[in-house]
Design a protein around this ligand. Sequence first.
Ligand SMILES: Nc1nc2c(ncn2[C@@H]2O[C@H](COP(=O)(O)OP(=O)(O)O)[C@@H](O)[C@H]2O)c(=O)[nH]1
Ligand SMILES: [Mg+2]
Length: 232
Amino acid sequence: MVVPTYNEAAGIERLISSLSDVFAQNSLDGEIIVVDDNSPDGTGAVVDRLAQMYPVRCLHRPGKLGLSSGVIDGWKFARPESEALGAMDADFSHDVRVVPKLVAALEAGFGLAVGSRYVPGGGIENWPLKRKITSLVAIALAKPLTRVRDITSGFFLVRRSALEGVDLDPIGFKIGLEVIAKAHYGRVTEVPYVFTDRVAGESKLNQKEIFNYLKQLRKIYAGRLLPRRNRA
Ligand SMILES: Nc1nc2c(ncn2[C@@H]2O[C@H](COP(=O)(O)OP(=O)(O)O)[C@@H](O)[C@H]2O)c(=O)[nH]1
Ligand SMILES: [Mg+2]
């Protein structure tokens, strides 16, 4: 499970210990990869210290290179024998108790299991109205691409084989969208969870990331339309 971090020192220990507990309680041989972009608050050093106690390793990158590229680099850094690759945030917005359900979905034959706020049982707590609207608009723009409802989810597990030969664009914030739109996962399922807004630290979603999302969408739509035009 890859956890990208930028200034998450306040909550990262709690996340790593909770996720490790979930692994142990469910007999999961999981590994946590934290990808830290040289956080000024020292998140990377905190994780290095925790590596003695928990199944976690930190990939240190030299500066803030972005969430999606962090997840992609984290997957490359993960043990090659791991058949399932995942992503989740460091700020406890993503419910660690859902992780075993994502694993069970892959075991049941799904190639991709997406933690979802927008299926029955899922939801959002404590998000400002502005954030909720931004999310709904972002999802509406991507709607024609897939039947997955929570297309901007950053909480998911995918079969490693589904990513083989797939050219994931490291742009911006929405690695889930790249995977949903491009990976060869066969069947996909959405597992409901309630997203809770972070209590520690600050959101890194800003205007620049919103612009990156639009750029990402444009590239995905172009990738789908252009080959058809070439065939004609
Ligand atoms: N490595 C890395 N992690 C990032 C970057 N931007 C955001 N993150 C992490 O990605 C996760 C999601 O970011 P967050 O600020 O919580 O976004 P929000 O939940 O959409 O408000 C958190 O764990 C962040 O620390 C980045 O540039 N590099
Ligand atoms: Mg967050």
